[in-house]
Design a protein. Sequence first.
Length: 355
Amino acid sequence: MYKIAVLPGDGIGKEVIEEALKVLSAVSEKYGIEFDIKKYLFGGSAIDEYGTPYPKETEEACLESDAVLLGAVGGPKWDDLDGDKRPEAGLLALRKSLDVYANLRPAILFSSLKSASPLKDELLKDGLDVLVVRELTGGIYFGDRGTEKIDYGYKAYDTEAYTTKEIERIAHIAFKAARNRKKKVTSVDKANILDSSRLWRKVVNEVSKEYPDVDLNHQYVDNCSMQLIKDPSQFDVILTSNMFGDILSDEASQLTGSIGMLPSASLRGDKVGLYEPVHGSAPDIAGTKKANPLATILSVAMMLEYSFDRLDAANDIRKAVNELLEDGYRTSDLGSGIILNTEEMGDMVLKYLKR
Ligand code: NAD
Ligand code: IPM
Ligand code: MN
C-alpha cells in the first residue's frame, strides 16, 4: 500500500488533479497496486482556511507519505500578500521540507504534436527529447533577500548562492540520467558574470571526471535560451540552477506544443518524491474547463516510475496519451483536432488505458 498526499492547490490545479486521480484509480485497478490517497489544503486554499500556505497538518502528511502529488498554487487573490506569506512561499517550503533537490522536467515532443510546436518541421525531424535537471532547493530562491529603506526609496535584494555540495549532488543526478539517454550533459550557467556560476562550472567539471562515458559542454544561459529554439536536437540533458531551470523549462515546454504537456518529478535520491506539472494555476482559464490535464497525468506516470518502481504502469499511461494524441484528440492549448475539455481528456486517457 503506497501512501500518497494529494495537494490540489488553486485554480486549474484542482481541475487537473481530479483527472490525475481518475487515472491513478484506473492504474490501481488494472495493476492491482493499492494506494492510500488523501487530499490536503495547500497554497491559496490553505491561506483562506488556516492563514498559512503550508499548514502543519499538510506538512506532517507529506512527510509521512511515499509520494506527494501537487496541482498548482497561486492566483491574483493572494498576489498582494507579503512574499513569505504567499502561496508560492508554501511551495518552496514544501520542496525544502521534503529535501527534493533534484527537479526532473522532461520536454518530449509527441510526434503527432509537431504542428502544435512553434518550431519549423525541419528542426523537429529528429523529434525533441530534452531532460531539464533543475536544482530545486538552493540558489536565489532560498538565498538572503530583503527590502530596506534608503535615502531615496528602497533597496531590494535577492542572493544567488551555491555550495560545492549542492552542486555536486545535482550534477551526479544529471550525469546518471544522461547515462541512460544520449550521454550528453549541457551545464547552463552565467559564469562570465556570477561567482556562483564559476563555482558551478568548476564543480560540474570535477564531477564529470567520474562519468568519462558522458560528454559535457557548458553554455551561458542567454545562449542556451537561444540554442533551444535554433537547434533543440543538440540537447540531451540540461543541468542548471533553480532559477535558470525554471525559465528554461517553460521555454522547452512550449517547443513540445504546450506547457500543459510537461510533467515533473522532484526527488532527493531515494523513493520519496514530489510530482507536479510544470505549469501554474492559470487564473486566465481556471473554471473554463480548458485546462490540459496531461501534464499532471504524465506526472502520475513519473510517480509510478520513480517512487513505486512500476515502469510498466508508467509506460502504459504514456502509451495511452501518445495513442489518443495520434487519434487527434486535443485540449484547446494543443491547436486543432477533436477538442476535448479537461474532464473529457481525463476520461479519454481512461478509455485508452482500458483498451
Ligand atoms: P501559468 O503556468 O499558470 O500560465 C501561463 C499560461 O499557460 C497561461 O496562459 C495559462 O492559461 C497557460 N496554461 C498553463 N497551464 C495550462 C494547462 N494545463 N492547459 C492549458 N493552458 C495552460 O503561469 P502564470 O500565469 O505565470 O502564473 C499563474 C499563477 O500560477 C501565479 O500565481 C504563479 O505564481 C503560479 N505558478 C504556480 C506554479 C506551481 O504551483 N508549480 C508554477 C507556475 C506558476
Ligand atoms: C514552477 C513555478 C514555481 C517555481 C513558483 C510558483 C514558485 O514557477 O514550479 O516552475 O518558480 O519554482
Ligand atoms: Mn515555473
